[in-house]
Write a protein that binds this ligand. Structure first.
Ligand SMILES: [Zn+2]
Length: 636
């Protein structure tokens, strides 16, 4: 069948949408004659609505897809293809299912609108440029509208991959900040080609004020320049780099030169980068290291932060710039300001980052009864449970009634402890359904991009549910499994669901004592289930999902053995089992690179779970391994 897709729009996202629609429909209708003419029409040439809407009106002869803006048209095209039976099951063409259909099947007439404004993913882990581009391509296919490339360029994440950090079997490749600048241009180009919303920066501003590039959490060999010393936070009577890391060092925000330099850098960047829709302005990525000088002690870090943001807003307004600024509720900034208030709330978006939450359960909404703990300078502990986190959000919402979204970590660490990905997918669905009651308009997931082992169900459920908060998790899960695994899908679902029931999300994340009878029993049962499944089911080697399932089983057998030994207190054997798991995934990374972030799972199991076991790490402190508080990668 001949498919003609036309548009009067010159917007690149609409032109891209037209190419995509034609490409898929020609493939789906290749066995049929005749022709269809489809018109794509954005109601505006620019997406002003973050909650996009679109209308699909098609017959076998053609019809139209209309959207509130260019991005809405692209979302409408992918939704229409989904409606016709296409399944976009992961960030790769190999993970797509594209059916052959009859022309009569084209008939459809419906409208949809997005329930949440902020539906995105933020880069973490170790990523090649191809990993990033594949993920960006996948985002609108499952309903997302946003990509957040942290720092000014994603140098930190690209460098980890090209240097093959944590995988000594791969030879390190050179990767420079200039390479990252070049790759960033390509990334922005692909984001804008799809009309997606770009978020940038975050940490790093404080380090720049102190004279460093601060494109990562790397420690610097160079000392703090003497002429910058007064700008740094005073800690225990000394001003310097915090553990040598500029991005983790706070400023003396009573120092007018430090404030002025900070504000100027943010405003200059916003002026030079019109492609950035949301600019993140955060302080250092560590806590209990804010300035202790006499003038800073007269106020709170949150009051100083709000004053800084007001100054940035004033300058942006003078320049006629409408860049939105994202501010962060995290660490000491979880405590709301005592007297300062944001003067222009429409400029700002609140970002709630409950980094220390548990992932065994979902958000709790009945947090009103809890009092806010008192703020004590450089003596804070992070809220551990979810209702405590909610208390801070509620307190901020009494002083800021503007827009906000959650920034959460389901797929940042905890997912390595969910061996079937069904549990974490259900938690994601339940959390998203509670966002509105929390006064939040969406979620950006701070996560590894290579989260496809055994499959990419969690991000699939997340994208579809952020677009349609009514989407039923169980229906999405069944849709995913039936498309991924074919006729035997129910068996696979049962198996992965059983593995998920045995999840050790909080244990892997470092919470609780390392010697843990329950975790040991769960891990032993995981190994038994993996063995049973292999005995009963052969591998359908040609298919990516069955191949991943087989690889996943071999990986989980090794990981579960290491966890079981650690939880039994057999520390030497646990260390050996962990090294065996490490060698296995390092050896196989060339084949399974897009699906498992070897760098990150090894980092998490070392820094948080506590492998390989040594004396220092076995003594648990506040429920976390002794080294967890020193993790310079603990961040939003
Ligand atoms: Zn100070």
């Amino acid at each position: 069948m001949q498919i003609q897709v036309v548009t009067e729009s010159v917007n690149q996202a609409v032109i891209f949408a037209a190419k995509e629609l034609r490409r898929y429909l020609e493939r789906m209708l290749s066995e049929h004659g005749g022709q269809a003419l489809i018109t794509l029409s954005p109601r505006a040439e620019r997406d002003t609505e973050l909650c996009e809407s679109f209308a699909v009106d098609l017959t076998p002869e053609g019809g139209s897809i209309t959207g509130s803006g260019p991005r809405a048209v692209l979302l409408g095209v992918y939704d229409c293809l989904h409606n016709l039976g296409c399944r976009f099951l992961g960030p790769s063409a190999r993970m797509e299912r594209v059916p052959c259909i009859e022309p009569a099947g084209l008939t459809a007439r419906y409208e949809k609108h997005a329930d949440f404004a902020h539906r995105g993913v933020c880069i973490e882990g170790a990523d090649s440029l191809d990993n990033i581009l594949a993920f960006i391509d996948w985002l609108p296919k499952v309903g997302y509208n946003t990509f957040f490339s942290q720092f000014k360029t994603p140098y930190a994440f690209l460098k980890r991959w090209y240097n093959h950090e944590n995988n000594s079997l791969s030879e390190s490749e050179l990767y420079s900040e200039d390479d990252a600048q070049r790759d960033m241009e390509r990334i922005v180009c692909e984001i804008k080609r799809r009309g997606l919303i770009l978020h940038c920066a975050g940490h790093g501003w404080t380090g720049e004020v102190l004279g460093f590039d601060a494109l990562s959490w790397d420690a610097q060999d160079a000392p703090l320049p003497e002429k910058k010393r007064d700008l740094a936070a005073e800690l225990g009577g000394v001003r310097g780099l915090f553990r040598g890391v500029p991005a983790n060092t706070n400023l003396c925000l009573s120092n007018s030169e430090a404030r002025e330099d900070f504000v100027r850098r943010v405003v200059d960047y916003a002026a030079r980068q019109p492609d950035v829709d949301f600019l993140h302005v955060w302080l250092a990525d560590e806590y209990n290291n804010v300035c202790e000088c006499a003038r800073c002690r007269e106020t709170t870090p949150s009051d100083q932060y709000v004053e800084l943001l007001n100054e940035i807003d004033l300058r942006l307004t003078r320049l006629g710039l409408d860049t939105r600024i994202v501010f962060l509720l995290y660490q000491e900034l979880l405590w709301p300001p005592r007297s300062s208030r944001l003067n222009n709330p429409d400029r700002f978006v609140l970002m709630f980052a409950p980094i220390s939450r548990s992932f065994e359960g979902s958000y709790e909404l009945d947090a009103s009864a809890r009092p806010l703990p008192e703020y004590v300078r450089n003596r804070i502990t992070l809220p551990r449970d979810i209702s405590e986190n909610m208390t801070f959000l509620r307190a901020w919402q009494t002083v800021f009634d503007g827009e906000g979204f959650a920034y959460d970590y389901h797929l940042g660490r905890a997912h390595y402890g969910d061996f079937g990905y069904v549990h974490i997918s259900r938690v994601i669905s339940r959390d998203i359904k509670k966002l509105r009651a929390m006064g939040l308009s969406g979620c950006i997931s701070c996560q590894e991009l290579r989260v496809c082992l055994p499959n990419a169900l969690p991000n699939y459920v997340m994208g579809h549910t952020l677009f349609d908060a009514e989407a039923d998790a169980e229906r999405l899960i069944d849709e995913y499994f039936s498309a991924a695994y074919g006729k035997d899908w129910q068996k696979v679902k049962d198996y992965l669901t059983e593995l998920s029931v045995l999840d050790c999300c909080d244990y892997v994340n470092g919470a609780g004592e390392r010697e843990n009878h329950d975790a040991a029993c769960r891990a032993a049962e995981v190994r038994r289930l993996c063995g049973d499944f292999a005995a009963k089911n052969g591998r359908e080697a040609d298919d990516v999902f069955w191949s991943l399932l087989d690889y996943h089983r071999q990986y989980i057998l090794r990981l579960a053995r290491a966890i079981e030994l650690l939880a039994r207190g057999e520390r030497n054997r646990a260390a050996g089992a962990w090294r065996e798991m490490r060698d296995f995934i390092c050896e196989n990374e060339p084949e399974y690179q897009p699906y498992l972030d070897v760098y990150r799972v090894l980092e998490v199991t070392e820094k948080f779970t506590g492998f390989p076991v040594n004396e220092k790490q076995t003594k648990s402190m506040d429920g976390f391994p002794a080294n967890a508080g020193q993790d310079t990668n603990e961040r939003k």
